[in-house]
Design a protein around this ligand. Structure first.
Ligand code: FMN
Length: 487
């Protein structure tokens, strides 16, 4: 094995980048507007592909503010699909405030043709808008664990020329060959984890030519692939199994916002119920260096001292999330952003590494009154599962596949073979993350789905970027600060 290689600077598809990546932030936090602003500043902007078809369906029902989706749909190579979806979801004056959003069907192992087309179109639209009018670098992030939309999502993002795909929350070992096959015009298959089934028993297939006119499918280019990892062992496994197919690792530490990798010791918790990370959870950079794959460090790197330390430790770039989420350019609901950054400025933003996520991974939550982190709001929320992104497919006795989520109504979950104790404290991330992005669902009797903000632990950058609790900053300010160009 090669030892301590000198690693090359970050060049994606022949384009040089500043060593700052704005990490993918779902749901709709790293919007096309945010990622585009990062790319225009010279960094790398990563979109969130999570639930993007639902977001687009809801934005159309709000009247397509700014007409951006219309512009993107007009650029879609398959106009029949674009027109059909626009007609189905667009409401010219926007839906009435007291009306419910009409959502597409939930994903399953056999999605309808319409859901597949919408997923392709939505991923295309988000990437198209982020890349429009410049030559900067745009990527898209997917959570591996949300497996059922992947093959359609990749195709849509590639149709719009996405430069990079990043993926964590699971082991994205199937990604590179699928991206490659799609670029070569081949049909693809994704193996789906189904609880109670044999490892390769279930899969989903997709041949774009069955859905879209083969003559209208352009030549696609394979995006560069960056798995997100938090363990040395996983880095070594991926480097071996995906030889030559990884452009770089994103090594994410447990300070990062969103989901975190669980610690090795899954049984110990501190007095706040948070998992305890120890030295064994640290990725060993001396081992990573021997793999000959460039790496990016993420999780608490949003200041010039930490970023410089990362570069000295051999990172080609740092990836940041929280600093971009609180910037004016993110998709976080402006009211929530204003509360969160003002609390952070006053040193009052408490971030807890919680067990609320149905994925089973630790999930960082900001303790903000009036959101689902507030026990009074949590107990009053009726459990409903109607977006279903985190549903776990399981094999039923008759051999067919059922779907369950530990945040759905408890008796429904238990009837499907789930354990009651797994439902404890679980939050429906699908609905609250939509609310974070100003797309709350309305329920009967005027109940509005509440938000739940996720945030990294380190918000110390706030004092360098804001002069008071009501001040604000943009993506460019954030990048310049990280690179030590302002203080
Ligand atoms: C609001 C928010 C949402 C996030 N969502 C995702 C996600 O969907 N997928 C992902 O791979 N990482 C996600 N992350 C992690 C970021 O991409 C990034 O790696 C991390 O925020 C870096 O650490 P920092 O928050 O200390 O800057 C999220 C982070 C935040 C703050």
């Amino acid at each position: 094995m090669k030892k301590n290689l000198v690693l090359s600077p970050l060049i994606i598809k022949g384009k040089h980048s500043l060593p700052v990546i704005q990490g993918g932030m779902g749901v709709r936090i790293s919007t096309w507007q945010c990622a585009r602003a990062v790319a225009l500043t010279g960094g790398i902007g990563i979109l969130s592909g999570t639930a993007i078809h639902i977001i687009i369906a809801r934005l159309l029902q709000l009247g397509d503010p700014g007409g951006h989706l219309k512009r993107a749909f007009d650029a879609f190579p398959f106009q029949e699909t674009a027109k059909k979806m626009y007609k189905k979801y667009f409401i010219s004056q926007g839906k009435r405030e007291d009306e419910k959003f009409r959502d597409p069907e939930m994903f399953s192992l056999s999605p309808s043709r319409e859901l597949i087309e919408l997923t392709v179109l939505a991923n295309f639209a988000e990437v198209f808008l982020a890349k429009e009018g410049h030559d900067g670098i745009i990527g898209i992030n997917y959570m591996e664990k949300i497996q059922m939309p992947h093959i359609y999502s990749f195709f849509g993002a590639m149709l719009a020329g996405v430069d990079i795909v990043t993926a964590g929350a699971g082991i994205p070992i199937q990604f590179p060959s699928i991206l490659e096959d799609l670029a070569e015009g081949k049909a693809v298959e994704y193996r789906i984890d189904v609880t109670g089934a044999a490892p390769r028993e279930f899969s989903m297939q997709f041949d774009p030519k069955d859905f879209f006119s083969p003559h209208a499918i352009p030549k696609l280019s394979k995006p560069d692939f960056f798995p997100i990892i938090s363990s040395t062992v996983l880095a070594k496994t991926l480097a071996k199994k995906l030889l030559g197919k990884i452009k770089g690792f994103v090594i994410e530490k447990s300070l990062a916002g969103g989901h975190n990798a669980p610690p090795r010791d899954k049984k110990s918790f501190n007095e706040r119920g948070e998992p305890i990370y120890g030295p064994k959870d640290e990725v060993d950079l001396s081992v990573i260096k021997t793999l000959g794959i460039p790496y990016i460090l993420a999780g608490g790197y949003s200041n010039p001292e930490k970023a410089n330390q990362a570069f000295r430790d051999g990172a080609v770039a740092i990836q940041a999330g929280t600093i971009f989420q609180y910037s004016e350019d993110s998709g976080l609901d402006p009211r929530l952003r204003s509360i969160a950054k003002s609390m952070a400025f006053q040193g009052k933003l408490d971030v807890l590494t919680s067990g609320v996520s149905p994925t089973g991974y630790p999930f960082k939550i900001a303790l903000i009154p009036g959101t689902l982190s507030d026990p009074a709001v949590y107990v009053n929320r009726p459990r409903i599962c109607d977006l279903g992104f985190l549903r776990e497919p399981y094999k039923k006795e008759d051999g067919s596949v059922g779907y369950r989520c530990s945040a759905e109504p408890i008796n429904a979950y238990v009837k499907k073979g789930g354990k009651e104790e797994d439902c404890q404290d679980k939050v429906c991330l699908c609905t609250c993350l939509m609310a974070n992005a100003s797309l709350s669902q309305r329920r009967a009797e005027g109940y509005i789905e509440p938000p739940l903000v996720t945030s990294g632990d380190d918000t110390s950058f706030i004092h360098s970027l804001m002069s008071g609790p009501d001040d604000s900053y943009n993506v460019e300010d954030a990048i310049m600060f990280i690179l030590g160009k302002i203080n």
